[in-house]
Each structure stands twice: as structure tokens, then as C-alpha cells.
Design a protein around this ligand. Sequence first.
Ligand SMILES: Cc1cc2nc3c(=O)[nH]c(=O)nc-3n(C[C@H](O)[C@H](O)[C@H](O)COP(=O)(O)OP(=O)(O)OC[C@H]3O[C@@H](n4cnc5c(N)ncnc54)[C@H](O)[C@@H]3O)c2cc1C
Length: 477
Amino acid sequence: MRGTQSSSNIVHIVGGGLAGSESAWQIAEAGVCVVLHEMRPKRMTEAHRTDGLAELVCSNSFRSDDAANNAVGLLHAEMRRLGSLIMRCADVNQVPAGGALAVDREGFSSAVTRALIEHPLIDIRRDEVADLPPADWGNVIVATGPLTSAPLADTIRKLTDENALAFFDAIAPIVHRDTIDMNVAWFQSRYDKVGPGGTGADYINCPMTKEQYDAFVDALLQGEKIDFREWEISTPYFDGCLPIEVMAERGRETLRHGPMKPVGLTNPHDPTTKPYAIVQLRQDNKLGTLYNMVGFQTKLKYGAQQRIFRTIPGLEKAEFARLGGLHRNTFLNSPKLLDRQLRLHADPRLRFAGQMTGCEGYVESASIGLIAGLYAAADARGKQLSPPPATTALGSLLNHITGGHIETIEQGSRSFQPMNINFGLFPPLADLPTRKVDGTRLRGNEKTIARKQAISARALSDLDCWIADNLCIAAAA
Ligand SMILES: Cc1cc2nc3c(=O)[nH]c(=O)nc-3n(C[C@H](O)[C@H](O)[C@H](O)COP(=O)(O)OP(=O)(O)OC[C@H]3O[C@@H](n4cnc5c(N)ncnc54)[C@H](O)[C@@H]3O)c2cc1C
């Protein structure tokens, strides 16, 4: 490292994955020295196969590259504007994949590794950080990902006073609120219970007849499921959550006595008919644009989930912001444990980035690495960086992680779950587009397309202003 800064100004990054690599690049490009600690190849994870930085452990896709119509495509565009190394290396290693950005995985990882090795302000050390970082590391980013090594996970668990850090996520599907048919469904809490922070009408309820319930249970039993990987078998279920198809296997009535019980609720569309079973959805973000399907964690394949869940009355046209799943993960209860700049309340010299913070996916992890890097660089330079606008993809994801999520109404269970970027995380538009450029009325799906495009245009314009106000000044100072 050829920097001239004192050790107190050096940023230490733990983990050279998608997030840590992007953080290192952003910090070094801001003129601050970085030490990047990566444990591979000395110690491997269960999924990584190489010693390359930013290794893609599974698919080689960064998903849609359509910035106007797709939230992850918009995140790509924002990251490119912010000089992202991950996006630059993805672009030069692109392979044909229709509208998606897919990469040659070895070429991509080699390009990231080379860029970081060649940067004069970055020192890469191949060591595992197994304990609390030493006291003289004053500015640290922990980006050790979903497969954080066990000793470090244990240290973080003790520091945060959490019961668990590595477990199976019990992820239930999340639905865009505006795709639920409220002529069929209705708002009501069981027994109209107000509870702490509730209104008595906090859930969306979807009613089922006996015939519909029987057909639903049959579909669950027959639906295609994903197998566990061998190393996943030894990881415990979080909160003892069982997948719905496993509950269905235990008896045809099990779901009706569990998450689908039809008690304490009256259907205002048909008050004299008692539903045989009810599916409930609970508000998932403060904006009220997303609702999760209560108790619907599942290992069904994505195609089967969409097909089966759209047979639920009221969800025939549901669009899913996230589908359900169960997989091993390591992530923090970020809204509780981190401040708005991703620093740990319990030890603010530690900042977290990547999937550990509760985002999901390569691109999202890298984007949170990017913003964590900008914050750490600003700290090292004694500057303040204002947060990216909530109207941008980066800002909306950061908001979800650090506080945008609402707490569960029931006591005891942890409700924060990792999330991909999606349009449901953005603040709604003040004025919804109603007409096309030629003045004719927008119809049906055209309205959804126009809404997404307006959100994207707003995001890029607001991001440009934020960059002009913050980063050019920081770079010039
Ligand atoms: C099995 C599996 C499959 C996945 N498939 C996909 C997919 O297809 N598409 C997708 O978008 N996302 C997928 N993900 C999610 C994906 O891994 C993450 O989104 C992304 O890689 C997270 O980036 P990260 O930087 O937070 O963590 P990682 O990219 O995992 O990087 C963390 C790094 O930290 C290192 N490390 C861990 N502990 C220590 C330590 N104590 N000291 C030093 N270094 C350490 C690791 O070796 C690793 O290099 C998958 C995850 C898993 C576990």
C-alpha cells in the first residue's frame, strides 16, 4: 500500500465478496487506504470454490438490466453512475442472456481481483478475522456474507446479544398490495384485536370454500419442492418454522388449524357465509405497499409457488415482490442493531455491508457494499455524507435495511427478513401517470408500466442531484 495515511485513517474490510470488494474500491477511489481481509483460500466456505474475490457462488446472472422497467435494472444504472467496480467488471464480462445481465463468472471475478490488487491504496491480506477486530482498527466494514465463518458469527452474536445469527430463513412470499383484489379480500385483524401499534384492521384476509381449500392442499402436496444441499441439513430451523407443504403432509386439516384458521374474522363481502379457511397477509413495509403471506414459508419451487398461490381467492393476479424459501443464511436484525449509516449501535467502529445486513442477491449486496464504502471513506476524511434519497433504488434498499421494515404485531418472533430490491420499497409517486405522451388514456397494464418508468426516472434524477451535492464536493475537498 503506497498511501501516506496514519493507521487510524485506514479502513479495514473483512470479507472480499461482492460487498467487500465494492466497498474497498469506493474507499480507495476516495483516496483512503484500505486493508481487505479475505479468508479464502486458507479457509473456504461451503459454497465458494476459488480464491477469487467477488466469486459468484451460484447463478451467473445479475438479473434484469432494464433500468426503466425493473428495480434491479435501475439499481445497476445507479451503481454505474456511482463508479461501481462490480458493475464495470460485469459489463466487460457480459455473456448473452436476453434482457438480463449475465457474466462469465471466472472473467468477472478475475477482473475484480485484478483491479483491487493493482490499486495502490488497497492491501489484500488472506486471513480469517475470527474475533472482534483489534481496538486499533477504528473504521471497519464487516462484509462476510451469508456464509460468515463460524468463529466470527459467534463473536457478532455475543456482541449483539442475539439468540441466533446463522439459521434457516423462514421466508414467506411477499405480495404487492395493489395486485390484491379487495373486492374479494378484506382488512381485519382476528377478533378485531388492536394490539400494540395495530388498528384492529391490520391484516388482509382471503377466504376459501371447502372445495378451494381441498384443491389447495392437493396442489401443495403435489407441488415441486427444492432439495436441501448436504451442508444445509445440519443447520437448525429458525423459530421452528415449518414449510406449509410439510404442514400439509402432516394432515389435511393441519393448515386449517394453523396459519389458515378461519376464526375471529367476518367477510364483509358475504357476512353470512363462514369461510372454511383463510389466508392472511400482513403489512411488510412502512409504506404499506408490500404484504407478506403469514405462515407461508415454503420450499416449493418458484414456478409452483406462483401457480398455487394464485389459486387463493383475491390473489389471482398477485405479483410477488419475493417468493418464499428456506435456506441457510447469516444476517443481522439490522433495523434494531444498526444505525442509518450501517454502524453497529453496540460498537460503532464496526459497519456492516452486503447480505449480512438483510439484503438478498449479488447486486443488492454489492450496492450496500458501495454505500458502506462511501460512508466509511467520509468518516476517514472527517466528512459527513447525507443518505442517498429514499426515492432511489439505493436509498430505498438502505431504508428497508435500517428501519423501513415494520415490526411484527405478534410478540417474540423476529420479523426482519432479507429482501431483493423491488418497486414496492420505493415511496409512492405523488401523481400517478394517467395519460400517454400523445394525450390518450393509459389502460390496464400500461398504467403499471408507466408507474414503474416514472419511479425510475424520479430515482435517476434524484440520484444525479445527490451525487452533485455530495460526492463531487467530497472528491474536490
Ligand atoms: C448457496 C448460495 C447460493 C446463492 N445463489 C445466489 C444466486 O444465484 N444469485 C444471487 O443473486 N445471490 C445468490 N446468493 C446470495 C449471494 O451469496 C449473496 O447475495 C452475495 O454473494 C452476498 O455478497 P456478500 O459480499 O455479502 O457475501 P459473499 O459474496 O459471500 O462474500 C463474503 C466473503 O467473506 C469471506 N469471509 C467469511 N467469513 C470471513 C472471515 N471471518 N474472515 C475473512 N473473510 C471471511 C468469504 O470467504 C467471502 O469471500 C446465494 C447464496 C448462497 C449461500
